[in-house]
Write a protein that binds this ligand. Structure first.
Ligand SMILES: Nc1ncnc2c1ncn2[C@@H]1O[C@H](COP(=O)(O)OP(=O)(O)OP(=O)(O)O)[C@@H](O)[C@H]1O
Length: 421
């Protein structure tokens, strides 16, 4: 009876402690994750940090995050210390109580000395095991706190499934029908409003318009990075969400505004995700995208490493490799989002020639701020504040002197003239 007198108290303290320790372990994981995220972000953008001389500022920011980790760790250590002290105290208090009460029983002749010593030995063993349980409890609570985050991530459901199964023959007709779109992170800022746009197979369509108008968002929707909130997007009359994800991206290839290369050879980067292409396909795509010339001048040719995020390549070289990566798939729809903006005039005209050659067999969607690069497009779609305000060939649109396209071209020509002077 005396041995178990402290059990309700210890049980209560353990319950409170487990709850607190679980919560604090989760906080600790969060602060460690924040510090690691920050370190990763800064290390991967080291050139920007250095060019703005922000090393000390970033160091301070990292120190602050580490201080938060330290402070949470300190609280956790204090909680653990309190819990251990409490257990030790209860353990010793019970021992004293047993000795006092057992001693009284022995002195009054109600119990033998041997019996008391045997009881004490058993009781001490039991106490030690209960004490060890407290260690297990701390470890367990730490694991529970950490695993909650892991399970939350594992159980996350995608907002939309990539479960399309159809593999239709693709000609390259893309239709936006009354599409409305808002980014999930900014639900109150509609980006596209009731947009209807028809891009016919084999056409080269340029999307132009003021910055922030929604051109790249149109590309993101064609790439099926997001689902529209209203309306439909179809490829040859079929909802793009019904088409098999891998098949779709073999047929629709993108050269993004900021091409990302991986740490690997030029060959690996061109053939990325394209297991069916042969070495000859890779060479053809590289020649078409004007990659072959500069790669042949490198000591290791196509085995040259591009570095992490392509850091060992120039901006123009990265863009050309990204164009080759898109072309090697022989896509039915090729999307170029500012794909030649980092090229010098000579490389750009060579790549433009190559792109016009490829454009003959496929649908091409181009976004370019330099309007001179899109003059030859079959159609130009002017997108302003998420809406299509004009569509037609360059000459046709230039006739409308009150139109947005005319004013965009005039402004650029004026800027070019001022630049020349
Ligand atoms: N991932 C995103 N999350 C939230 N809002 C975004 C996101 N990407 C773009 N936006 C917002 O959507 C709007 C349209 O951006 P978008 O990049 O489509 O314009 P754009 O016409 O391509 O511009 P630019 O010519 O400058 O590249 C902008 O107001 C932009 O701030």
């Amino acid at each position: 009876m005396v041995t178990f007198i402290a059990v309700p108290f210890v049980a209560f303290v353990t319950k409170v402690y487990s709850k607190f320790y679980d919560k604090i372990s989760e906080n600790l994981q969060q602060t460690i994750a924040d510090a690691n995220n920050m370190a990763e972000e800064v290390i991967s953008t080291m050139r920007t940090v250095r060019s703005f001389a922000c090393e000390k500022r970033e160091q301070k920011r990292f120190e602050n995050l580490l201080s938060s980790t330290l402070s949470v760790n300190r609280k956790r250590a204090l909680a653990y210390m309190g819990y251990t002290w409490n257990n030790e105290f209860c353990d010793n208090a019970i021992l004293i109580a047993v000795l006092a009460y057992g001693g009284h029983l022995v002195l009054t002749g109600k119990m033998g000395k041997e019996q008391l010593i045997t009881f004490l030995l058993y009781q001490m063993q039991l106490g030690e095991n209960l004490y060890n349980l407290s260690y297990v409890m701390s470890g367990l609570m730490e694991a529970v706190g950490a695993s909650r985050k892991v399970f939350n991530l594992m159980n996350r459901k995608p907002q939309f499934e990539l479960d399309g199964v159809k593999k239709p023959h693709v000609n390259g007709n893309i239709t936006f029908s009354h599409v409305g779109f808002t980014y999930p992170t900014r639900p109150n800022n509609p980006v596209l409003k009731d947009l209807t746009l028809n891009i016919k197979a084999g056409e080269t369509v340029a999307l132009v318009g003021p910055s922030g108008g929604g051109k790249s968002s149109i590309v993101s929707l064609i790439e099926h990075f997001y689902e529209p909130n209203e309306g439909t997007i179809t490829l040859d009359g079929m909802h793009i969400k019904d088409i098999n994800h891998i098949y779709y991206h073999q047929k629709v290839a993108l050269v993004a505004q900021e091409p990302v290369l991986y740490n690997g050879s030029v060959r690996h980067n061109i053939l990325y995700g394209c297991d069916f292409a042969t070495e000859d396909d890779m060479l053809n795509a590289a020649k078409m995208a004007n990659v072959h010339g500069f790669v042949m001048e490198l000591e290791k040719g196509y085995d040259t490493n591009c570095g992490e995020k392509g850091v060992q390549m120039s901006g123009g070289q990265k863009q050309r490799i990204a164009i080759a990566r898109a072309l090697v798939r022989n896509p039915a729809v090729l999307i170029l989002d500012e794909a030649t903006s980092a090229l010098d005039t000579e490389s750009e005209s060579l790549v433009q020639q190559a792109l016009s050659r490829c454009a003959q067999e496929r649908t091409v969607i181009i976004i370019a701020h330099r309007l001179s690069t899109i003059e030859k497009a079959s159609k130009i779609a002017v997108i302003v504040k998420g809406q299509l305000v004009q569509m037609g060939a360059h000459d046709e649109l230039m006739l409308d002197t009150d139109g947005m396209y005319y004013s965009l071209v005039s402004r650029q020509m004026l800027n070019a003239k001022v630049g020349d002077e």
